[in-house]
Design a protein around this ligand. Structure first.
Ligand SMILES: CC(C)(COP(=O)(O)OP(=O)(O)OC[C@H]1O[C@@H](n2cnc3c(N)ncnc32)[C@H](O)[C@@H]1OP(=O)(O)O)[C@@H](O)C(=O)NCCC(=O)NCCS
Length: 155
């Protein structure tokens, strides 16, 4: 069973190692970052008081996943959802996103938005199963936006 805790600077080297190439970086973070992923790029949002970064842990102390939440009033943006490549394919993404949604609620969110690369089937499926619906699409940058309304979403 996964649980989350705030991401520490010690976690970041490990997280950077989960992004092995430019395509993986694009799936993870979209068009804004340039390969190779650096610690500075990963942590650049930490100066913003609206942003919080979280890691998921399983049985051991080491993180196996991460995500970031940025609050704009009562709207949360969920970003940079990532699982350790060695634990993918086991359905853990559903737990990770469920924990992200619960944390957004705890931070006061009534809605959550995210952007996902259009061909990213595991991510799309995970978000759809969590209740997110597509709201817009930008084919030029292979991106679509999804939203979850927490006021109407049954936990
Ligand atoms: C996105 C990510 C967290 C998903 O985790 P995962 O372990 O790969 O996914 P899971 O095995 O938990 O599968 C999630 C769902 O996607 C489905 N899925 C997986 N691969 C699929 C594929 N190629 N086509 C369609 N569905 C697929 C699974 O069947 C599962 O749905 P189900 O439970 O209804 O059967 C993980 O792949 C990852 O970290 N990717 C790199 C970073 C990234 O893309 N982040 C998203 C940023 S928006």
């Amino acid at each position: 069973m996964l649980s989350i805790r705030p991401r520490s600077s010690d976690d970041c080297h490990l997280i950077v190692s989960w992004v092995p190439d430019a395509e993986a970086l694009y799936l993870f973070a979209g068009p804004r970052l340039r390969w190779p992923l650096t610690l500075n790029q990963l942590t650049s949002g930490e100066q913003s008081p609206e942003q919080t970064a979280w890691v998921a842990v399983d049985a051991g102390p080491e993180p196996i996943g991460q995500f970031e939440l940025t609050m704009h009033d009562s709207h949360a943006h969920l970003g940079r959802v990532l699982l350790d490549p060695t634990v993918r394919g086991r359905g853990l993404a559903h737990d990770l996103v469920r924990l992200a949604v619960a944390q957004a609620r705890a931070l006061g969110a009534t809605s959550i938005g995210l952007n996902v690369v259009t061909g990213n089937r595991p991510a799309l499926r995970t978000y759809e199963r969590a209740g997110f619906v597509e709201t817009s699409r930008q084919d030029a940058v292979r991106s679509l936006a999804m939203t979850l309304n927490l006021a109407t979403h049954v936990r």
